[in-house]
Design a protein around this ligand. Structure first.
Ligand code: FES
Length: 317
């Protein structure tokens, strides 16, 4: 089933950094918007048929408005350039309700937050939440330059000394991630969002430290090597039907071929909208939505990209 989209009006549209515009959205009928927590995103449905996910970065206690920030991706797939060119104050657009695959575990004692570029949007809400909870955290914001750093002034005012900004155009302002991680003596949860390069550096630097757990959100799908793909079967539990997924097909394609409607947004393992319950069998998870523990649980899978380790997967369809 597809989510019920929500018609919203753009209340404000403003440039908040070089190539980044922020949009405040409110329901056209004046009703309240669904609640959300730090790390949540919404889908923006563009008139040219694209669906793009953007983290919510406004105040979660304000149920009248959502705020998103969109970075223009010159080499992107067209979503951000369409939004920058076509969405203005008073524009009317459709969104899907918030979903959260990057939830903040509020039970820990120590946190490190690391945002790269536009990855600041989910991380800034996490910082606000941790501050409200009185948690022990440090907040690092890496950007190409001052002019590329969205919300930097607002964040400085809110977090003061807790916020450490690093700009790559300044010769002496590089964050030494390995050194930072080596200094952590406590069990620490690291939340990060940024480029694949930054994420990989963080994962590599954290690996020797068992007291550090990295939670992350990706902007782009991880490239997959499909050369070793093999066939496998899917069993549809509600009908008992068994279908074969060939090496060059996805489960999603096979389901669609049988006339099933599966909700999808990104179709590359990033958004989580195509999640299906896995009743038995072992999936080869290829998405960037589930964390390692969730993948090991083998209770759900993303049918747009995941395959099978076992010969058959039984799906709750
Ligand atoms: S459609 Fe986005 S994860 Fe499958």
């Amino acid at each position: 089933m597809a989510s019920q989209s929500i018609p919203v009006r753009v209340v404000t549209a403003e440039t908040v950094a070089k190539n980044i515009r922020a949009y405040t959205l409110a329901r056209e009928d004046g009703e309240t918007l669904p609640a959300f927590g730090a790390g949540a995103h919404i889908d923006v449905l563009t008139d040219n048929g694209l669906t793009r996910q953007y983290s919510l970065c406004g105040d979660p206690t304000n149920t009248q408005e959502y705020k998103i920030a969109v970075q223009l991706e010159e080499q992107g797939r067209g979503g951000s350039s369409w939004i920058h060119a076509n969405i203005h104050t008073a524009s009317e657009i459709q969104i899907n309700p918030p979903r959260n695959h990057f939830e903040l575990d509020e039970s820990a004692d120590h946190y490190l937050l690391i945002a790269g570029g536009i990855g600041i949007t989910p991380i800034m809400l996490m910082a606000q939440r941790l501050q409200a909870l009185g948690k022990n955290f440090s907040f690092y914001y890496l950007a190409r330059s001052h002019e590329h750093a969205a919300f930097a002034e607002q964040l400085r005012n809110t977090f003061g000394e807790r916020l450490h900004c690093y700009f790559s155009d300044a010769v002496d302002e590089r964050l030494n991630i390995a050194e930072l991680f080596a200094q952590q003596s406590e069990v620490t949860e690291i939340y990060t969002c940024g480029s694949e390069h930054l994420l990989q550096a963080i994962l590599d630097a954290a690996e020797p430290h068992p007291n550090l757990t990295v939670h992350f959100e990706r902007f782009a799908a991880v490239e997959q090597d499909n050369s070793d793909n093999t066939s496998f079967e899917i069993e549809l539990a509600r009908s008992g039907k068994v279908l074969t997924v060939s090496p060059d097909q996805t489960i999603l394609e096979v389901l669609r071929g049988e006339g099933f409607t599966v909700e999808t947004m990104c179709e590359e393992g990033l958004c989580g909208s195509c999640e299906v319950d896995l009743l038995s069998g072992e999936a080869d998870h290829r998405d960037s939505v589930l964390n390692e523990a969730e993948k090991a649980e083998q209770s759900v899978l993303m049918v747009c990209c995941s395959r099978a380790v076992s010969p058959r997967l039984k799906l709750d369809i």
